[in-house]
Design a binder for this molecule. Structure first.
Ligand code: SF4
Ligand code: FES
Length: 162
C-alpha cells in the first residue's frame, strides 16, 4: 500500500486585507472590520500599536521579529504582516477555542466561506452568538446581546479576559 505523504499547509497567497503600515523590511496590514478589540497588539507592543496616536501602527518602533510575533497573537485576523525579504506567515497547527461569552477563535490553514466568497486566512474569530453583522466573523456584538456560554482562555492567552 502506498504511504501517504504529508503536505505542509500553505500560507494565504494574496495580499492581506486592510490598510497598510510600512516600515523598512515589513508592512503591517490592519482590517478594521475584523478587529474585535482583543488587545493583544496594544498590550504586546504599546510602542508600535497605540490607538491614541496617528498613525496608530508604527512598525518601525520595534524589531521585525517582535512585530511579527505580536501580530501573530491577534486572534481575529485583523492584523497581518508581509516581509520584504522573508517568509510569509505560516499557519499554525489547527486549533479551535471557544472564548468565554464570546466567539470561536480558530487558527490554522483556514478557508472560510462568506457571502463574498472564500476567505483564506491563518486566524479568525467566528461568531457563535448569532448577533454579528459581519458573519461568519465576530464583530463584538456578543457584548451587547448578553451572550453567555462557557469557554477557555488557554490557546490565546494574551488579551482581555472576555
Ligand atoms: S489584537 Fe487584533 S483584534 Fe485585537 S485589538 Fe489588536 S487588531 Fe484588534
Ligand atoms: S460571538 Fe462575537 S458577535 Fe457573535
Amino acid at each position: 500500500m502506498a504511504s501517504k505523504t504529508h503536505t505542509a499547509p500553505k500560507a494565504p497567497a494574496s495580499r492581506p486585507a486592510g490598510k497598510a503600515y510600512t516600515a523598512p523590511g515589513i508592512t503591517v496590514f490592519f482590517d478594521k472590520k475584523r478587529c474585535i478589540h482583543f488587545g493583544a497588539c496594544v498590550r504586546g507592543l504599546p510602542e508600535v500599536f497605540d490607538t491614541e496616536r496617528k498613525p496608530w501602527i508604527k512598525p518601525e518602533e520595534a524589531t521585525i521579529r517582535k512585530v511579527t510575533e505580536v501580530v501573530r497573537r491577534c486572534p481575529s485576523g485583523a492584523l497581518h504582516y508581509v516581509l520584504d525579504n522573508g517568509p510569509a506567515e505560516k499557519p499554525e497547527p489547527a486549533t479551535v477555542e471557544p472564548r468565554p461569552n464570546g466567539p470561536l477563535f480558530v487558527r490554522g490553514a483556514l478557508r472560510i466561506a462568506t457571502r463574498r466568497g472564500v476567505v483564506e486566512d491563518t486566524r479568525a474569530a467566528l461568531c457563535r452568538c448569532g448577533a454579528s453583522q459581519n458573519k461568519p466573523f465576530c464583530d463584538d456584538s456578543h457584548d451587547e446581546c448578553g451572550f453567555r456560554a462557557a469557554g477557555t482562555t488557554t490557546v490565546n492567552p494574551w488579551g482581555k479576559k472576555s
